[in-house]
Design a protein around this ligand. Structure first.
Ligand SMILES: [Ca+2]
Ligand SMILES: [Ca+2]
Length: 482
């Protein structure tokens, strides 16, 4: 059983209203922390966008208190992976705090403002009553978020176990245009924590009040970004408190990613991450630095749709391959898929739809998918490896060289069909009258005839093997060795 920790430290909030700079979009909510927001250049970003109800931020956490007045109308029906029901209410407080930082309503005269205050929240409960979550459950929740149209997934949870399935899930999310943002953790260490440390994740550390990485924040090149923590946010029961720790920093970045998504529907996750990275201000201890929401919005711009097709699955008969376009489902582009079977340079379309079941007719070929949509340039994925094909011998092995003691004979392996073949050649010394029941004298592609071979014939036996089996073929014998 693999567990992860929650890292939100809730503290009693002492109201500290920063001197507000005049800004058209600055929220008027009484507990808004302009200093934190200004550190990541949000007020200027809000002049461009405050998000969109189409942009849903999945909060993979302890659930969310949907009845909180500052989250009113923002919370979708989610799913509770702990109890297996559709009531993802929060009995812990961690998820509600995270949700408020990402998307608490602004300009409603209540409490604080979230980063993407026009966005919506999809609560996915994975954190049990003891404050731990299973990584497999987190993977289920992220898959659910992708399948239900989320634009961003916030995971303010971390654990040291490198779970392969969780990583696959995050890679899949990214291929589907969904940004996964995760907390680096609060151990003050360089030890990698997951899912933050997966390369496909946008990992977030926390900056201390005076600037610079917070002492408790995990660090290292695996931590991509850092932002201030201790943002005023929603608490269960309707109150407000400070959401500190890397758990509090993470939804600040998730909210910014949601603003970028709202502004640039067609951007791939790589384009979004690159815009954040290129505009970040360096912070010692993390890879890219402090996020600048406004500069990132500018750097990203509004890219036109461009497919980045990728395939998932094993290229093997009976297996299913799934295609991803790289574009978020909420962009509402309806791609057409053409599955192609390729032999050398020539490809033929053999299927449509986003998934393809590999058939026996695909053996020995590579598969690829071509994705097209009106107004979007058609793009083709990389090819799969060759679909395994059984071994077959086309021409038998041969022996080159003079049949003389002391001469080196070379074996030719003959020609074979079949995929991923490995060969093992064996030299056989035949009896005087027949090669039947000969003696194995050596392995390898070359053999130096010995005095003991004199008067005998040699032949080479080649066995070709792949996953589907092995086949043996035998050369004609040499002349008698002199
Ligand atoms: Ca429940
Ligand atoms: Ca508010």
């Amino acid at each position: 059983m693999v567990l992860v920790r929650a890292g939100l430290v809730t503290a009693v909030f002492a109201c500290a209203l920063a001197a507000a700079v005049a800004h058209a979009a600055l929220p008027t909510d009484p507990l808004t922390q302009n200093a934190v927001f200004e550190a990541v250049d949000l007020p200027r970003a809000w002049d461009i966008t405050t998000g969109s109800p189409d942009v849903v931020i999945a909060v993979v956490d302890s659930g969310v208190d949907a009845s909180h007045p500052d989250l009113a109308g923002a919370v979708e029906e989610g799913y509770d992976f702990v109890d297996g029901d559709t009531d993802a209410a929060d009995g812990n407080g961690h998820g509600t705090g995270v949700a408020g930082i990402a998307a608490a309503r602004a300009n409603n005269g209540i409490g604080a403002a979230g980063v993407c205050w026009s966005c919506r929240i999809l609560p996915l409960r994975v954190l049990g009553p003891e404050g731990f979550a299973l990584q497999t459950t987190m993977a289920d929740a992220i898959d659910y978020a992708v399948d239900h149209g989320a634009a961003v997934v916030n995971v303010s949870l971390y654990g040291e176990n490198h779970d392969v399935r969780l990583e696959d899930t995050i890679v899949r999310a990214r291929r589907a245009g969904v940004v996964v943002v995760a907390a680096a953790g609060n151990e003050g260490a360089t030890t990698r924590e997951y899912p933050a440390a997966f390369p496909a994740t946008i990992s977030v550390g926390a900056i201390a009040e005076g600037g610079g990485l917070a002492g408790y924040s995990n660090r290292g090149r695996w931590v991509k970004f850092a932002v201030p923590s201790c943002v005023v946010t929603t608490q269960i029961g309707g109150g407000f408190g400070a959401g500190c720790g890397t758990s509090g920093a993470t939804p600040l970045v998730a909210g910014i990613a949601a603003l970028l998504r709202a502004r640039a529907r067609f951007a791939t996750v790589s384009q979004i991450e690159s815009a954040l990275a290129r505009t970040a201000r360096p912070v010692a201890g993390v890879r890219f630095g402090l996020v600048d929401a406004y500069a990132a919005l500018h750097a990203l711009g509004q890219p036109a749709p461009r497919f980045e097709p990728t395939l998932e699955g094993m290229a093997d008969v009976g297996e299913t391959l799934t295609a991803y376009t790289g574009i978020w489902a909420g962009a509402r582009i309806k791609p057409a898929y053409a599955w192609q079977r390729c032999r050398g340079a020539s490809c033929a379309t053999v299927g449509t739809g986003s998934a393809y079941r590999v058939r026996s007719a695909d053996r020995g070929t590579a598969l690829q998918v071509s994705v097209s949509a009106p107004g979007v340039p058609t793009a083709v994925s990389a090819r799969t490896t060759l679909v395994p094909e059984r071994v077959r011998n086309e021409t038998r092995p041969s022996i080159v060289g003079r049949a003389l003691v002391g001469e080196t004979l070379r074996a030719g392996r003959g020609s074979w069909s079949g995929t991923a073949l490995s060969f093992s050649p064996t030299w056989i010394r035949c009896r005087v009258t027949s090669c039947r029941g000969g003696v194995e004298v050596a392995l390898g592609w070359r053999y130096r005839a010995r005095p003991a071979d004199r008067g005998r014939r040699l032949r080479v036996v080649v066995t070709a093997t792949n996953r589907l089996g092995s086949v043996t073929a035998v050369s004609t014998p040499t002349a008698r060795i002199r």
